[in-house]
Design a protein around this ligand. Sequence first.
Ligand SMILES: *Cc1c(COP(=O)(O)O)cnc(C)c1O
Length: 415
Amino acid sequence: MEHEHVRDVDPAVADALEGEVDRQRETLQMIASENHVSQAVIDAQGSALTNKYAEGYPGSRYYGGCEYADEVEQLAIDRATELFGAEHVNVQPHSGTQANQAVYFAMLEPGDKILSLDLNHGGHLSHGHPANFVGQLYEVEQYEVDAETGYLDYEGLAEHAEEFEPDIIVSGYSAYPREIEWERIQEAADSVGALHLADIAHITGLVAAGVHPSPVGTADFVTGSTHKTIRSGRGGIVMCDEEYADDIDAAVFPGGQGGPLMHNIAGKAVGFKEALEPEFEDYAEQTVANAKALGERLAENGFSLVSEGTDNHLVLVDLRESHPDTSGGDAEEALEEAGIVLNGNTVPGETRSPFDPSGIRAGTPALTTRGFDEEDCRKVGDLITRVVDAPEDEAVLEEVREEVATLCDANPLYE
Ligand SMILES: *Cc1c(COP(=O)(O)O)cnc(C)c1O
């Protein structure tokens, strides 16, 4: 991937851009929320649409010259509608966080109540953490996963809802490896007259491919990211029934944003088209098969997995029993030195801190995009084991780094 025009103007940035491409090519990207978009999506995002102001929506803009912006946004909307089957889709949110904020802004008054999953248990900052304005503007309480099993405690959630009487219940998570039973959360919401926001940020691609059950048609609102398991470039999306369409559109623009990032919306349109192809279903299935293979191998090697496995694209490892002297942060650092990039992560019943948590989270979306299969992922499981068993052994890190390079060479990226 050449950046010759950037290089002419700004060699320092060109060096960093090329360094980043090489980093992605030569190391394993296992941060569960990351992926590699196609060159087509990159080209669409790096297009002249970045110049265009298109405040408003297709056919109803505040600026002239929007005929191509309209075409691109309508294509993104139509394809998302076909992928997810929602009555109404808004493709303008700049991110998943802003998609969630649009729903809160449309439906809640300051001081209203949000019930969402604890961050340590796999929730997200945008679900009402005190560090996010959502946590300050609304009254937030949090539900938890079952401490024993690591599975969502649907009954506990329903009881909590009865006590707290939230205005909205948020489901959908950042570090939850199991299938989410949307209907059970919907029932809890219905029984207390709450709305239900299903945030599928991590599993947008798995839902689009039918590999994870869809909350569309069940939950009142569905939000997602467009750059995680679906490879449509950085951004967000909101879906809802027609009855909420005008409120949601007004909450995205002008409620929370100005001009839409039309170049990113072009990336979404292209990525959604790719996701409508039959190959995308194979990709999503392989992503899950790879995560299962990775998890099984880690468990065979003595690691303890939250919920003892996975139904989706990620595994969450609790290091406390198997490696009491190694924190998630220590493991993350040693693995990165060995060419395996993932993140330390809090686990249910966390006893350390979010800055140096007790677990690691590993995902297979990016590895699968570059062609890894189950056998490769079992190898990766063995490599992770060697590093976490000896995080300070430079010789081990060097050996693993070489094996990572071999795996990367066999599965090239951005040729
Ligand atoms: C990643 C994520 C988001 C959105 O993140 P952005 O970085 O703002 O796109 C929202 N909710 C959950 C549960 C997530 O994991």
